[in-house]
Design a protein around this ligand. Structure first.
Ligand code: CMC
Length: 441
């Protein structure tokens, strides 16, 4: 399904490691991608040397070869299949971006029409899934419901789970992209005790999502085109981000040949954490807790205190050591939405801008290269749109689904793919003999 756009090349360059205990030298090839840092190919390291690498958090490890998304964290660049995120956010729409991520190229008009049609006609859920929601408490976090319901799709769609069959993979991928807004909107409707709203095929993807979130049977719901466009742009910005925690989780789960729907459920679980997708919810909670501009210095001081676990949510990124390009677009979108809703004087926006300025000017944040990330402004937009706090990360999951399935497909098609199985630096007890209970003190 994925077209491999770029092949890596083995240059003549190599890197030699010297074991200074024995004086032995080991040479490893260097591989170049199309852009970005070269990598040292250590696949034979253990076999040739008896050493493993040690890299907790994978800060220096390339786990796979990929032709989908490229990030230059120093420059603040993000490319989907080579296209800058700014150009896609301005000129494209989410369906086109989904096609691009899945197939490697922008669609022509007929390909786009067909793709949108096919996604649209997969948005309904098996009717029995409807009953599945009743098993959850009404006050469940919607991300818990997402993990459960998406995982449960593996029990419903048996005709698309032969992962060696490209057509099965394609159907499973379309199903996940198409059904995610329905599952998400129903998680919300369930929480507030409103009837589930079924998808409407004449609506565009983002319009349909808003419709399923906010319509009810008692009165007509008019879709605001500015909000639909803003949501579409947010989906584009979150669609993929190379080998982040949730994508790596999907790849790792999928590497064993697991059911595709179950792999995406694993990705949702990983996304939920506040260091990853859960940050958009955490940002808004933090802004509400700060409450007043005058308290900004107090919170900045806390963020700088190494003995205080508090962090400024929405700041910092593992890869971006420059302004996150998505945050800039998000900031602009935030103004557009607030203007449309006549809410430009939203106190949280003023607070966010004040906090951003203080952090950008503060030596600690400057030195550590901590800039606002994509999640810093998204919460304010969602709140203005009437989306409740607990749904913020769910929206991220809806958007990221296409990235997960594109990366999952790429992995399955990779002829060098193996089950993911990292090793460890063992620091536990060495071998010891079992003591009978009576001998233990
Ligand atoms: N506030 C205060 N200090 C911070 C922050 C922050 N938000 N982020 C990093 N630091 C400090 C951290 O304490 C560390 O200091 P030191 O070197 O003295 O120990 C240094 O900066 C480097 O941080 P790190 O934790 O080693 O960096 P990381 O690459 O492991 O973590 C991060 C990246 C995004 C998890 C982290 O910056 C963070 O926790 N940010 C807040 C949560 C957040 O906004 N997450 C959303 C990320 S973007 C969307 C997504 O990917 O899902």
């Amino acid at each position: 399904m994925n077209k491999k756009v770029v092949e890596s090349s083995s240059s003549n360059r190599s890197v030699t490691l010297v074991d200074n205990a024995t004086g032995r030298e080991f040479t490893f090839p260097v591989i170049s991608g199309s852009v970005g840092p070269d990598v040292i190919d250590v696949r034979n390291l253990y076999q040739d040397t008896g050493f493993f690498t040690f890299d907790p958090g994978y800060t220096s490890t390339g786990s796979c070869e990929s032709g989908i998304t490229f990030i230059d964290g120093d420059e603040g660049t993000l490319l989907y299949r080579g296209y800058p995120i700014q150009e896609l956010a301005e000129h494209s729409d989410f369906m086109e971006v989904c096609y691009l991520l899945l197939y490697g190229d922008l669609p022509n008009a007929e390909q786009k029409r067909k793709f949108e049609h096919d996604i649209t006609y997969h948005t309904m859920l098996h009717e029995q899934i409807h009953k599945f929601y009743d098993g959850f408490r009404r006050d469940s976090h919607p991300m818990a419901v997402m993990v459960g319901v998406v995982g449960a799709l593996s029990a419903f769609y048996h005709d698309s789970t032969d992962i060696t069959n490209p057509r099965h993979r394609m159907i499973a991928s379309y199903r996940m992209i198409a059904k995610m807004p329905t599952i998400a909107a129903w998680a919300y409707k369930y929480a507030i005790g409103q009837p589930f709203v079924y998808p409407r095929n004449e609506l565009k993807y983002s319009e349909n999502f808003l419709h399923m979130l906010f319509a009810n049977p008692c009165e007509p719901y008019t879709i605001n085109p500015v909000l639909a466009r803003a949501l579409d742009r947010i989906l584009i910005l979150h669609a993929d981000h190379e080998q982040n925690a949730s994508t790596s989780t999907v790849r790792l789960a999928g590497s064993s040949g697991a059911n595709p729907f179950a792999c995406i459920a694993a990705g949702i679980a990983s996304l939920w954490g506040p260091a990853h997708g859960g940050a958009n919810e955490a940002v808004l909670r933090m802004l509400e807790e700060i409450g007043d501009k005058n308290r900004i210095p107090e919170y900045v001081k806390r963020a700088k205190n190494p003995d205080d676990p508090f962090r400024l949510m929405g700041f910092g990124h593992r890869v971006y050591k420059n302004y996150d390009p998505r945050a800039k677009i998000m900031r602009q979108t935030c103004y557009e939405v607030l203007d449309e809703l006549g809410a430009r004087d939203e106190p949280l926006l003023e607070l966010a801008m004040g906090l951003e300025q203080v952090a950008l000017d503060d030596e600690f944040f400057v030195k550590k290269k901590l800039y606002p990330n994509v999640d810093f402004y998204s919460g304010i937009i969602f709140k203005a749109m009437g989306i409740p706090l607990s749904m913020f990360t769910v929206l991220f999951a809806v958007a990221r689904t296409v990235g997960w399935v594109a990366q999952w497909n790429e992995m399955i098609e990779d002829p060098t793919q193996k089950i993911g199985r990292p090793r460890q630096l063992y620091t536990g007890a060495t071998r010891r003999d079992y003591k009978l209970l009576a001998q233990r003190t």
